[in-house]
Design a protein around this ligand. Structure first.
Ligand code: 5GP
Length: 182
């Protein structure tokens, strides 16, 4: 375990097992279709990579980079597209792949965007769901794990761009927040 981590909330093994389980469900859902999996950079990258390797249908993948004006631990919902998709959305079955849904503001923005762009269907899969953080009424079609209303890092999720490369989800030691003035 990394020395900045206080507790491991979800282990590497549990995450990998969940990717297999969700992948099997999505394989059934998209049987005979050609969905467009949309990963939201940068946090969704590890989950997207492990999940998609467990979906055994044809699929296309693309990425969006969006920034939201908020503080570093919470989004405000005012979203700016930093990198848009290269792929046309009209008529496509969209699978949004997210690391975590907290307030739901980022996701609600994306759902509206893909509806506006005339997607045929939109599904939302998230590794983590923090239901207590919700400020808009949005629900994932599939969620890997519920987490408490605490700030978590690892497996794509960062604090000041660190810890994304951990293979598990953990909680930082309190002194890490105080002791880093970069
Ligand atoms: P929402 O718009 O649902 O509030 O926020 C989603 C985004 O906020 C996530 O993609 C992530 O970047 C950030 N976020 C929310 N909760 C956490 C958390 O516990 N840890 C980290 N590292 N980021 C979080």
């Amino acid at each position: 375990m990394h020395s900045d981590i206080q507790d491991v909330l979800i282990s590497t093994e549990d995450i990998q097992a969940k990717c297999r389980e969700l992948g099997a469900q999505l394989t059934d859902e998209y049987e005979g279709k050609f969905p467009l999996a949309v990963g939201v950079l940068k946090g969704a990258l590890p989950f997207m990579s492990d999940l998609l390797r467990n979906i055994h249908t044809h699929l296309e993948m693309d990425f969006m980079d969006i920034s939201s004006y908020g503080n570093e631990m919470r989004s405000s919902g005012e979203v700016k597209i930093e990198k848009d998709l290269d792929t046309k959305v009209e008529g496509r079955d969209i699978l949004i792949v997210e690391d975590i849904i907290d307030s739901g503001l980022t996701l609600s923005y994306l759902m509206d965007l893909f509806k506006y762009r005339k997607a045929n269907s939109i599904k939302l899969v998230t590794l983590l769901d923090k239901p207590e953080g919700r400020t808009v009424d949005i629900k994932a079609d599939m969620a890997g794990f519920e987490v408490p209303n605490e700030f978590v890092v690892g497996y794509g999720l960062d604090y000041q761009e660190r810890y994304r490369n951990l293979s598990y989800i953990g909680i930082l030691k309190p002194e890490v927040y105080g002791g880093n003035d970069e």
